[in-house]
Design a protein around this ligand. Structure first.
Ligand SMILES: [Zn+2]
Length: 484
């Protein structure tokens, strides 16, 4: 954590000082460069938005949504501000802002050269190009969506992310009208969900300077969804900023990747996570460090382990597996327990989500009210309810898989500790709280068998990822743990 910033939207980013500095700089540049013209991004008089999604201050928007400042429209939307046609599809994401928006300079993406060109052009006109698409990458739990949300807050806050103004509060709470937070409904983003989003993204900000769409798990976009997203990023409305999050740049198709400015987060060190748990959540320092080590760089998981007794108990159950698997029966039972625990964890989450969604939908279709048309509307609701149920089912499946995957990673972490002890590697154990057990297993087995066990766990993860039956995959794994 940085010193000198007692409270800011970036406080929840543990061990990412370099990224925080970069985002602060970008937000400051965006604010400093500039005055927005009064008409910038204003809704067109009738509220009619162009199908391409971009609103034109002057009303003379090209069909493709991108207009050069010189007023020469290019049907394909690839006109550069300088008026020089760029090769198809290679337009930088940064520049097509004809509305005098504030900008960010020094984009460090592969399109840097073009950015520089457009920025200098823009600067000569008293403004700079805003980067309309950002890609936050880093391993799961490192804080990429936290970083994206903090950046969205910094862009909208008069103090660049003070953390305590109304705007910052709303962004962090997920209630700001100009920040859309999007997660996949189910296992992936469907094309319908993405298209809806693209349409909503095209509207002007309500009150803030930017309309920001925070697209979590962008790697889960289906091919069709990615195409819809690509179109939106290629032809960004002047005041819209896309913040995509994915584990690595390679998880996105190159066409999207190349249009984004990359922000790379690292796996936060355990000590940085522990320090944050202590200052932000009031966790006892020793307990915080233990949770941080056990979570292996996953901040949210570290926080849950430190603050939620259920999470700590589930982890203890999982780490009991290596000790309970001593013959066929217990091995099979251990697999069943892993699946049950993951299902229970997922159910706890979905129970809180499903019911309010259904109530909301019924209300939207007029249930509870009376009068002409209500009966007819309720008939229409049946289809929507079915669709909602399907989405909820798909989400439940994903949450179960995620929970099971976390359990498998805990298990793999245990054997990694065993291997470290067997090789006398000078590393900090992830499971220092059960060090005696780790040493016991290490002494009783060989490094070769430890490696085989780790492989079995990784194979189980791959099988489940490839849609194998979770219980069968888990049984194959626990049997491999037994034989070693
Ligand atoms: Zn603020």
């Amino acid at each position: 954590m940085e010193s000198g910033w007692v409270m800011s939207v970036f406080d929840d980013l543990a061990g990412q000082d370099r990224v925080v500095a970069e985002l602060r700089h970008a937000a400051a540049a965006a604010a400093a460069v500039g005055g927005l013209s009064s008409t910038a991004g204003a809704e067109s008089p009738g509220g009619a938005e162009s199908p391409g999604g971009a609103e034109s201050p002057g009303g003379a928007e090209s069909p493709a949504g991108a207009q050069s400042p010189a007023g020469t429209e290019s049907p394909a939307g690839t006109e550069s501000p300088a008026g020089t046609q760029s090769p198809a599809g290679t337009q930088s994401p940064a520049s097509l802002d004809g509305a005098g928006c504030a900008g960010m300079v020094g984009a460090a993406n592969p399109a840097g050269a073009r950015d520089a060109a457009s920025t200098s052009t823009a600067a000569s006109e008293g403004r700079a190009g805003m980067t309309h698409a950002w890609l936050f990458t880093g391993p799961p739990g490192c804080g990429r969506s936290v970083a994206a949300r903090a950046f969205a807050a910094a862009l909208l806050c008069p103090d660049l992310g003070c953390g305590h103004c109304a705007s910052c509060h709303q962004v962090l709470a997920g209630t700001h009208a100009d920040v859309l937070l999007v997660r996949p409904d189910g296992l992936s983003y469907g094309v319908k969900q993405t298209r809806d989003l693209v349409l909503r993204a095209a509207t002007a900000p309500f009150g803030g300077r930017w309309k920001t769409i925070l697209f979590e798990d962008a790697d889960r976009a289906t091919e069709q969804a990615a195409n819809a997203l690509l179109k939106a990023i290629e032809e960004p409305p002047p005041r819209t900023v896309w913040l995509l999050c994915a584990p690595s740049p390679d998880d996105l198709v190159p066409t999207i990747r190349s249009r984004c400015r990359l922000v790379t987060l690292r796996t936060p060190p355990a000590r940085a996570i522990a320090a944050m748990l202590t200052t932000r959540d009031g966790v006892d320092p020793e307990q915080a460090l233990q949770a941080a080590c056990a979570a292996q760089g996953h901040i949210g998981r570290a926080r849950r382990l430190a603050t939620d007794p259920d999470a700590a108990r589930r982890r203890a159950d999982v780490l009991g597996v290596p000790f309970s698997v001593d013959s066929l029966g217990p091995a099979i039972a251990a697999a069943a327990r892993l699946i049950e625990a993951a299902d229970a964890e997922a159910a706890a989450v979905t129970a809180g989500l499903d019911e309010p969604e259904e109530t909301e939908l019924r209300k939207a279709f007029g249930e509870g009210s009376s009068g002409r048309g209500v009966t007819k509307a309720m008939r229409g609701a049946a289809g929507a309810l079915k669709e909602l149920a399907d989405r909820q089912k798909s989400r439940a499946t994903r949450l179960k898989r995620d929970a099971l995957d976390r359990a498998l990673l805990d298990l793999a972490g245990f054997y990694r500790d065993v291997l470290a002890v067997q090789f006398r590697a000078p590393v900090e154990l992830a499971n220092s709280d059960i060090e005696d057990g780790v040493r016991q297993v290490a002494a009783a087995t060989t490094p070769e068998s430890t490696l085989r066990r780790m492989q079995a766990i990784m194979q189980c993860r791959e099988r489940i990822e490839a849609n194998a039956h979770p219980l069968l995959a888990a049984e194959a794994m626990t049997l491999a743990l037994l034989t070693g």
